[in-house]
Write a protein that binds this ligand. Structure first.
Ligand code: NAI
Length: 252
């Protein structure tokens, strides 16, 4: 495994107890970063933090809902107080949402998905930029988008709209805060084998696999490697970009 040289850096990973977030948190930590695990699931937050601690990682687990503005601001402050000034933030928490065509999409489901998958990224990024600006040493923010931040997908209007929004937020913040030496990028995974896809029936999963040139779903570790590179100083010229990691999904 590559070491992304993050010794001395402090990172936040939202949705850090499962799937892509967990893999990213583990790789950032293995590369030397202190890592704050943020997630809704309080028990899993404690377990994940404890598992990292047992490997010698400097970590804090914070149970919160990333759609809660006050909780997000308090969590940034707790992270900085506990681990030090913030260098890296991975805004990854997300949900799938209802499956229905645009004509039938439930309005409450729409609001929830936009809240969790888009507004939370705005809130987290806002508080993280304030902390990074105050520390005055720049930083790297990585927002988890999706292939569905670039193209449409049947029966997923809210998810698709939210992920397109994440790409726009990312591009805008990158320009606004380049002068603060804060790089902001979006990662766009293809379909990745994580608990988010657990509910999918096997036939639908096979059909999804075929939409990737590589003929399979990705792994959380494959996405984490891109996240860790973007977090590192090796990515010093990378900002304002959507980085696909999708097994060729968007190539055709
Ligand atoms: P996952 O379901 O394994 O993990 C998501 C984590 O986010 C969970 O631990 C959950 O508790 C947390 N979370 C959800 N709502 C939250 C809230 N309101 N506050 C705090 N934490 C919350 O999902 P996975 O697959 O690892 O997804 C991570 C991100 O990657 C999501 O943004 C997802 O949209 C995105 N993504 C996933 C793909 C996939 O095929 N699995 C493909 C492209 C993007």
């Amino acid at each position: 495994m590559i070491n992304y040289q993050l010794k001395g850096k402090v990172a936040i990973v939202t949705g850090g107890v499962s799937g892509i977030g967990l893999a990213a948190a583990e790789l950032l930590a293995a590369s030397g970063a202190a890592v704050a695990i943020w997630d809704l699931k309080a028990d899993a937050v404690e377990k994940t933090a404890e598992a990292l601690r047992s490997k010698g990682v400097n970590t804090i687990g914070i149970a919160l809902d990333v759609t809660d503005e006050a909780a997000v601001e308090a969590a940034v402050q707790r992270t900085v107080a506990s681990l030090g000034e913030l260098d890296i933030a991975v805004n990854n928490a997300g949900i799938g949402g209802p499956s229905a065509s645009s004509g039938d999409y439930p309005v409450d489901g729409w609001k929830r998905v936009i809240d969790v998958n888009l507004t939370s990224v705005f809130l987290c990024q806002r508080a993280q930029i304030q902390a990074m600006r105050a520390a005055g040493k720049g930083g790297s923010i990585i927002n988890m988008a999706s292939i569905l931040g670039q193209v449409g997908f049947n029966n997923a209007a809210a998810y698709v709209a939210a992920k397109h929004g994440v790409v726009g937020l990312t591009q805008t913040a990158a320009w606004e805060h380049a002068g603060d030496r804060i790089r902001v990028n979006a990662v766009g995974p293809g379909f990745i084998a994580t608990p988010l896809l657990d509910a999918m029936d096997p036939a639908a999963r096979k059909a999804l696999e075929a939409k990737h040139a590589l003929g399979r779903l990705g792994t959380a570790d494959e996405v984490a490697a891109l996240v860790a590179w973007l977090a590192s100083d090796d990515a010093s010229f990378a900002t304002g970009t959507y980085y696909a990691i999708d097994g060729g999904y968007l190539a055709q």
